[in-house]
Design a protein around this ligand. Structure first.
Ligand code: PEP
Length: 297
């Protein structure tokens, strides 16, 4: 069953923007975007920005001031699943507070998954050890907040419980790709993320395929490499949810730029992008989005 393909572009600011820079970003972004709101609507394109937690409420206010609330959404990066004694954490509830207003949650980004690969080189397949260090087994009350697959699953559940849209990232490292394990890693991370969810819940998710070797490196996956992974993800989604094609956006992340977005979104199973570096400058982010929309329409 085939649905209509719609585009989604998310800007992941990581820890690269300050609150005082956020207002200026949205003023410039809004000035450029205003004339293109109709084009976005026609392409069914959603635009979301994931600022650092400290910038979220400033971002929300800027969107209100610029009249872009409802046009540009906000995502919280790597929120934690429980309120309480977790120094440094931002919770789903905080991000969703009316003064903040994030509607999306960025979950399982490789920068939040990677520490578990550093902690004594634990295999991503060693669930017991990973559950232990993540603090989800109840024995360790202090979670390290490492996004293991079990944590990613819990975070995704929490997002859906509070009514936020989870953007779940998966992707292989360079070593894994070179060892011919790309399909195995995608299968493993996807199965972990989707375990226990109903088709209806899966239908509310967004999946980001982010090959770790392409993030922030300037090395983009070729359209064919990306499509191959997206096709696998689309098949796994179908197996788990029996939902129509294109219901769950599968976005590509890894050095997406204004000049390579078109060839990527031309691919059948690529619905847009999760963009790091190129989302930090309003004019570049806008050019990327508009190139994507034009390529699509
Ligand atoms: C990211 O961090 O999600 C990302 C894709 O970064 P970049 O676009 O800079 O590679």
């Amino acid at each position: 069953m085939e649905g209509v393909k719609k585009l989604f572009f998310g800007g992941n600011w990581k820890a690269a923007v300050r609150p005082s820079q956020t207002t200026g970003f949205f003023a410039k972004f809004a000035a450029g975007l205003r004339g293109h709101v109709y084009d976005l609507e026609m392409a069914g394109a959603r635009v979301v920005v994931a600022p650092p937690s400290a910038c979220l409420s400033v971002a929300r206010q800027a969107l209100v001031n610029e009249g872009l609330e409802g046009v540009v959404g906000l995502a919280v990066q790597d929120p934690w699943i429980a309120e309480g004694a977790y120094t440094g954490a931002t919770t789903f509830e905080m991000a969703q507070d009316p003064l903040v207003g994030a509607q999306y949650a960025l979950i399982g980004h490789s920068e939040t998954r990677e520490p578990h690969r550093i902690y004594g080189s634990i295999s991503v397949l060693d669930e017991t050890r990973l559950t232990e260090i993540s603090g989800l087994n109840g024995k360790n009350p202090r979670p390290f907040r490492i996004a293991t697959d079990a944590v990613v699953n819990r975070m995704t559940r929490k997002a859906l419980e509070v009514g936020m849209t989870p953007i779940v990232c998966v992707g292989e490292t360079l070593e894994e790709r070179e060892a011919g394990k790309t399909r195995q890693i995608i299968q493993y991370q996807m199965s972990g993320a989707l375990a226990g969810f109903t088709p209806e819940q899966i239908g509310k998710m967004i999946i980001a395929y982010e090959p770790v070797w392409a993030i922030g490196t300037g090395k983009t996956a070729s359209p064919e490499q990306a499509q191959e992974a997206h096709e696998q993800i689309a098949r796994i989604l179908m197996e788990h949810s029996h939902t129509a094609e294109n219901v769950v956006p599968i976005i590509y992340g890894g050095s997406m730029k204004p000049d390579n977005v078109a060839e990527l979104v031309h691919q059948r199973d690529i619905h847009g992008g999760l963009i790091g570096g190129a989302s930090l400058k309003p004019e570049v982010f806008l050019e990327l989005i508009l190139n994507g929309v034009r390529a699509f329409s």
